[in-house]
Design a protein around this ligand. Structure first.
Ligand code: SF4
Length: 466
């Protein structure tokens, strides 16, 4: 699975917003490594700088200095919709209205074809769902609507996941979809008595890194508008029926461990996942180890609850960017070896409990288990801190089709044999919810098939909502 974008929006008169935005995007680099971009408004015009690559590759010091002004948005991208090439990098710019606008999006719309058809647009002529939203907004603005009015109209017709920041001459607007699939939070620069500006970002560490205080998460359907005068809020879109549907995998895997979501620090919830997994599926073993990074806190929790010592068994190369899709088993194994290397002295002759966050296709896990056996592991007991991944995601996460999801087509025993481990257990959905202390909130459609918002294709299943 791949993350799908991070967004930032800052208005801070008198502050060097391009450097603040750079730091915030750097803190969100894990959400997308394909491209990065920023848009500022200064001297009556919007300037957009974007390119393929990591934040540090795209923005040199001279580029940041050229991005003057006190109002900015930024984006890191992993493509789930549209092309992965330069033209689809964000922010997306349109020249509509007096100053134009720029837009950055985390999520995935599920009704792009009907939206485009209704406007007489060839959906294939759009670079991405974000490009389509920008085009629809531009048409409304050209027809005389204000940007907030256009956002209400266009996003009111949109289905699926969107946490979006939109920049115009004197404001940044930040909107979250009515289900709240993707995170978005608000922070304040300066003090309560003397605010120096405001920031919205996908995850709270982007606030920490620029010295902003976390204020709160943006509510589903809410739009926050930041101007030089301050912050205002409006319930732009009717929230969906039922509880918030933040992606449960933000807790399991996507979000940084130091991120706060729904009032919980992600690292703490991962530890609890491990503790509950140990209580649920104990095994005799010598050492518990996690697959870096998100498997580590869950492994610590497993070790604490089981009494089996925690140890490091895998070293991760932190400088690996996005890897190509390896076409055969040898190349997949090479791809795993490039990312992870075993600590032989901790592994040789040992009975291992290995905690990982998920199994999607199973090919990476199979290569990982092979690597541990090659390093001398006596037994490998795999424990997974999410339930079996059975259904594709349509809300902003890049997953394979059902045909390629291992759990959708095999029993747990068949999966164990394919992966080649001695035992395999997944945390139950009940325990996962308990670990996050959820009360019915969160999307778990890829685990249950219960999709809270319409999906773009027929799923070919009975029961469930779609
Ligand atoms: S389907 Fe799964 S990955 Fe997608 S938003 Fe829902 S919980 Fe997250």
């Amino acid at each position: 699975m791949k993350e799908a974008c991070g967004v930032v929006g800052i208005v801070a008169p008198g502050r060097d917003v391009s450097h603040l935005c750079y730091d915030a995007l750097y803190a969100l680099q894990h959400r997308g490594q394909e491209s990065a971009g920023m848009a500022t408004f200064h001297n009556h015009q919007i300037t957009v700088v974007k390119d393929n690559g990591l934040v540090s590759h795209v923005f040199a010091e001279t580029t940041l200095r050229a991005l003057a002004g006190s109002i900015i948005i930024g984006h890191t991208r992993y493509s789930t919709s549209g092309s992965a090439n330069w033209t689809a990098a964000q922010p997306v710019y349109r020249s509509a209205g007096s100053s134009g606008f720029a837009l950055a999006h985390n999520g995935n719309l599920t009704n792009t074809s009907p939206l485009a058809d209704a406007a007489g647009i060839q959906v294939t002529s759009m670079l991405s769902d974000s490009d389509l939203v920008a085009e629809l907004l531009a048409r409304e603005v050209e027809a005389g609507a204000s940007l907030p009015e256009a956002l209400r109209s266009v996003l009111g017709r949109a289905q699926g996941a969107f946490s979006m920041v939109v920049l115009e001459a004197d404001a940044v607007h930040a909107v979250r979809d009515p289900h709240g699939f993707r995170p978005l939070c608000l922070g304040r620069l300066g003090t309560v008595d003397a605010p120096e500006g405001w920031i919205v970002a996908s995850e709270s560490p982007a606030l920490d890194v620029v010295g902003a205080a976390f204020i709160r998460e943006i509510r589903p359907g809410e739009m926050i508008t930041i101007t030089h005068e301050g912050v205002s809020s409006v319930q732009l879109l009717e929230p969906a029926e039922g509880p918030e549907r933040l992606c449960i995998f933000e807790f399991v895997y996507f979000a940084r461990p130091d991120t706060y979501l729904m009032g919980h620090q992600v690292h703490t919830t991962r530890r609890r996942m491990g503790e509950l997994l140990a209580a649920q599926s104990s095994v005799d073993a010598d050492i518990v180890m996690g697959v870096p990074d998100s498997g580590i806190p869950a492994a610590e929790g497993y070790a604490k609850a089981s009494g089996i010592p925690f140890g490091y068994g895998l070293v991760k190369n932190r400088y690996i960017g996005r890897t190509f899709i390896a076409p055969d088993q040898n190349m997949r194994a090479a791809s795993v070896r490039r990312k992870l290397n075993p600590l032989r002295e901790n592994i040789e002759g040992q009975r291992l409990v290995v905690v990982d966050d998920s199994i999607v296709r199973g090919t990476t896990t199979q290569a990982l288990v092979g690597m541990l056996r090659d390093a001398g592991a006596k037994e490998v007991h795999l424990r997974i801190s999410s339930p079996p991944f059975m259904w594709p995601c349509y809300y902003g996460i890049d997953t394979p089709t059902r045909d390629d999801l291992l759990a959708a087509n095999h029993s747990i025993e068949e999966m164990r044999q394919y992966i080649g481990c001695d035992s395999l257990e997944f945390i139950t959905l009940e325990n996962l919810r308990l670990a996050i202390q959820l009360n019915g909130e969160c999307c778990d459609a890829c685990l249950t098939g219960d999709y809270p918002a319409p999906t773009p294709v027929a799923l070919g299943r009975s029961g469930g909502r779609w």
